[in-house]
Design a protein around this ligand. Sequence first.
Ligand SMILES: [Zn+2]
Length: 144
Amino acid sequence: MAEDPTRTKAPKARAIPPAPRSARQLDQIVLSTLKAGLPYSAYEITRMAAQQGSPLSAMQAYRVLVRLIHRGQVMRIETLNAYALAPEQGSGFVVCRRCRTARTIVLPDREPDMRALCGTVGFSLSTMVVEASGLCAPCLGTLK
Ligand SMILES: [Zn+2]
């Protein structure tokens, strides 16, 4: 079908694709959202990144999280299905199952015991993550 040359077409609005960002830039976007210290879901990370003017797709966020976990910079908190900056060596997370807050706690050095225990079954320990779930003090207070 031939177009009518007398009709004018409105110019199509074109979305300008964002400039490609390097893996390092994407890592920094995710790390900056986690610097608040709280655990966030991948969805919350993408929402916060957009609010900061650096939108990420969910797929980009997951790829970055996998990379940061592999590097030991980020940890997945299974209880919350969320991600947080990795705690210092020799610390772990306590997660409140009622209000879903997470705190870092310093642990006594259990790695030698765990390494020995793993050795009894021929397993070589490389990292050890402690995540404990229960009730935080404010939530316990509401139950009394
Ligand atoms: Zn709580």
